[in-house]
Design a protein around this ligand. Structure first.
Ligand code: AMP
Ligand code: GLY
Length: 429
């Protein structure tokens, strides 16, 4: 098979790495890829941007691609699946209609209400004054969200009414996130522990992947601003394997049925970000793709043939028996450039990845790297994700941090407590 992966992050490096393990894979093109995908044998970076739909379709045609795998949400919300499907090329992702589950928080809320999926109570506003009046009447804490895509920065958990009003002002009046701020969702602040449930979907079936837990805040102990994700592990003890099906019944399958009924059967990964509250699970958000960094530990555990699984999903013939997982735990620690998620330096030289990769059960995925005159340098805020397998969470954590110490980059930063919450839970169970 000739495969095209779209994107340039750690998730895409993990997808390329896993797809290349299949005997069916002849070559994987990556548009645009990064320094890590450039170094994978049988992978070829092509300088086409992830949102250049015309460029991507021409590339897929020219290279006789059999399967397209979009990594990030943007090409999906722009309609890459619709375009590839029209060109007769299999594409593992939802159409633009289904991608609104992530592209519009108001759309997601509406479908959740229709499908009776538990979620935070909310109100949607297109007008700043009406939104402010609502916030005065509800009080704080309250959560303010830009409706559209805002690179993970459009959600503000306001502890005071003033903070909430400032957020509305930033989003709707100052247009901090551009058109993503045409509408604002204001919702009740939920309390609980977060966990990610990702399901592989073929239009009618949803097969849960093992659970994973992300670490969204930048600093240890879940302090500081939200980021794209500072580390992840799988499985998460808070959502054991024997509860995955019941959780998918509550949080994913009703939405899948609603989309199929609307004439847009959902293909790809439907990711439910869950808050496990005292009143049961509630959906915080949907993503229409693998999470980054959740994808890295999840794919390290996957033992099935990924290209076949993805093609089956596109053809509506997913078979749960084709999915197997390593019983070990996988844990990934994200190494960032200091300053992320604010401003950070780029072009930092990176060394030691070979040493880390040589350790048993370790793979260092690249998130924001580039090759400059043959030298590996940083090119983004999240730079690497050192991922390791271990017998249980504590062993996986130890192995991943041992790998981190082999990697050298000036002005680097990483959390020291990835997995700590899960280890505490295991010790109190
Ligand atoms: P979202 O993009 O909607 O997942 O929001 C990003 C993060 O904000 C989530 O992972 C949660 O940590 C937090 N969050 C979102 N909605 C709520 C809510 N209603 N209550 C509490 N925290 C929330
Ligand atoms: N790690 C969270 C996300 O990919 O949205």
């Amino acid at each position: 098979m000739r495969i095209l992966v779209i994107g340039s992050g750690g998730r895409e490096h993990a997808l390329v790495w896993k797809l290349l393990q299949s005997p069916r894979t002849e070559v994987v093109f990556v548009a645009p890829g990064n320094g890590g995908t450039a170094q994978e044998k049988k992978a070829v970076n092509v300088p086409v941007a992830a949102d250049d739909l015309d460029g991507l379709v021409s590339l897929a045609r020219k290279e006789h691609i059999d399967l397209v795998v979009p990594g990030p949400e943007l090409p999906l919300t722009l309609g890459i699946t619709d375009r590839m499907t029209a060109a007769g090329i299999a594409c593992f992702g939802p159409d633009a209609y289904g991608a609104q589950l992530e592209g519009s928080k108001a759309f997601a809320k509406e479908i959740m209400q229709q499908a009776h999926v538990p979620t935070a109570r909310c109100a949607v506003f297109h007008d700043a004054a009406a939104c402010a009046a609502h916030i005065h009447s509800t009080g704080a804490p309250v959560v303010v969200k830009a409706d559209g895509l805002a690179a993970g920065k459009g959600v503000i958990i306001a502890q005071t009414v003033d903070e909430a009003l400032n957020a509305v002002n930033d989003i709707m009046t100052s247009r901090a996130f551009g058109a993503a701020g045409d509408a604002v969702v204001v919702e009740e602040c939920l309390v609980g522990e977060e966990v990610s449930l990702l399901c592989l979907c073929d239009g009618t079936r949803a097969i849960p992947l093992p659970s994973a837990q992300d670490h969204k805040r930048v600093f240890d102990g879940d302090a500081g601003p939200n980021t794209g994700g500072m580390g992840a592990y799988s499985p998460a003890p808070i959502l054991p394997d024997d509860r995955l099906q019941a959780m998918a019944d509550i949080t994913v399958r009703p939405v899948l049925a609603a989309l199929a009924k609307a004439g847009h059967p959902f293909v790809g990964v439907l990711y439910a970000g869950l808050m496990l509250t005292a009143d049961g699970p509630k959906v915080l958000e949907y993503n229409v793709r693998f999470g980054d960094p959740e994808c890295q530990p999840l794919l390290m555990r996957l033992e099935g043939d990924l290209p076949s699984i993805m093609l089956d999903a596109v053809h509506g013939t997913l078979n749960p028996a084709s999915l197997h997982y390593n019983s070990q735990t996988a844990l990934g620690v994200v190494i960032t450039a200091e300053g992320y998620p604010g401003t950070y330096p780029k072009g930092l030289p990176i060394e030691g990845i070979d040493m880390a990769d040589a350790m048993p059960g370790v793979k260092v995925f690249h998130s924001g790297t580039a090759l400059q005159n043959g030298r590996l340098v940083s090119s983004g805020g999240r730079v690497l994700c050192a991922t390791a397998l271990g017998e249980g969470l504590a062993a996986a954590q130890k192995a991943a941090y041992a790998a981190v110490t082999k990697v050298h980059m000036p002005q680097s930063f990483y959390r020291r407590d990835i997995g700590a919450k899960g280890i505490r839970r295991l010790s109190t169970d």
